[in-house]
Design a protein around this ligand. Structure first.
Ligand code: ZN
Length: 352
């Protein structure tokens, strides 16, 4: 009998998407495609390019949740080569959906956007509407000649019972739609901090949420992201997750978090050394500790976890000694970045 304890799976998930670029608020503005993903600084990709290079160097398989509704706006299909490139690098390409883009199907999208209260909340859609949105993604993957998506992540981590019913109906077995510190639907059934949870026939693996500090009765809950947590904090949580028997840790990030920008078009940018350093350290740690941790795509990880695993919902506790220096460092680096960008591109005033 094999008594070896399974390695703790670590899924670095990257929401890979374009930006409305303020167009819903001001018709003169334009949505932004490739610059938000590649994030070039002086001709070098400090977003997706940096991430792929880092993953290659430390032998990490990641999961890219690729947004497909943007095809209603960008007719030249700029995400196709991006998704195919990611797939060719050996990572999982899974489905991400921001329903707001579907407004561009209509000639009067401008009025529709202003009339709709929550144009980007898939959780507020009927089951049929959500199935339609999901199927657009499945069809997109087929036309891009990519494997059918098996994992879904909703835009803004919005979710509802209807969404899970729709995912089951569309034949998507796994999801990562919950990150309680990012979006709280108010439904206690979806207050999911960690682990695996079956909802309407879909297995949900939430972005890890943890308590980063507690002072007296006040406790702060945070979702695990590269932009929001230091490496010391992340490493501490990974070790805790392992000792608590959490089978899979989901980390959330975006390509644009690896640069600092001062314009919506991502033309005036600089490298974000702080977040880049965090990702490098995390990947190096995962490689050096590959006897205990496995950096693997979400579908592969989910398939390896028995569906019958008891649905524990552990809220890990971070340490104030990590949270405080992280907060101070982030404020300082943000200020430094603004100062550097102003030196390079001029003062910030009157800019978007
Ligand atoms: Zn998104």
């Amino acid at each position: 009998m094999n008594t070896a304890v399974a390695r703790t799976r670590v899924c670095i998930t990257i929401d890979t998407e374009f930006s409305i670029g303020g167009a819903f608020g001001d018709q003169a503005r334009q949505p932004v495609a490739e610059p938000l993903v590649w994030c070039n600084v002086e001709g070098r990709s400090q977003g997706l390019g940096f991430m792929l290079e880092t993953f290659r160097q430390y032998d990490v398989q990641a999961t890219f949740f690729v947004e497909t509704q943007q095809r209603h706006h960008f007719r030249h299909d700029p995400m196709r080569p991006i998704a195919q490139h990611i797939h060719a690098e050996g990572h999982e390409v899974q489905l991400h959906t921001h329903p707001c883009w579907s407004l561009f199907q209509h000639a009067d999208w401008w009025n529709l956007a202003r009339g709709q209260k929550e144009p980007d909340d898939i959780g507020k859609r009927s089951v049929d509407e959500a199935v339609k949105l999901i199927n657009q993604g499945i069809e997109t993957f087929a036309s891009w000649q990519l494997p059918r998506p098996q994992v879904f992540r909703s835009g803004n981590l919005h979710h509802s019972d209807n969404l899970y019913r729709a995912l089951a109906q569309a034949g998507i077995p796994y999801s990562s739609n919950v990150g309680v510190a990012i979006y709280d639907s108010g439904n206690p059934h979806y207050k999911l901090y960690s682990g695996q949870h079956e909802r309407h026939g879909v297995r949900e693996f939430p972005v890890l949420s943890f308590s980063d500090w507690k002072i007296g009765p006040k406790q702060n809950v945070k979702s695990l992201t590269i932009a929001g947590s230091s490496f010391a904090e992340t490493r501490y949580l990974l070790e805790k997750a392992r000792s608590e028997g959490i089978p899979l840790v989901v980390v959330l990030t975006h390509p644009f978090e690896y640069v600092q920008n001062r314009d919506m078009a991502f033309q005036q940018t600089r490298r974000n050394h702080m977040t880049q350093e965090r990702l490098i350290k995390l990947c190096r740690f995962l490689q050096q500790n590959s006897d205990r941790f496995e950096a693997v795509g979400m579908a592969a990880a989910a398939a390896a976890i028995p569906a019958t695993t008891a649905p524990a919902n552990t809220l890990l506790k971070g340490a104030l000694r990590h949270a405080l220096p992280r907060m101070a460092a982030q404020v300082a680096y943000h200020r430094f970045g603004r100062w550097m960008l102003a030196r390079k591109h001029g003062a910030f005033k009157n800019l978007v």
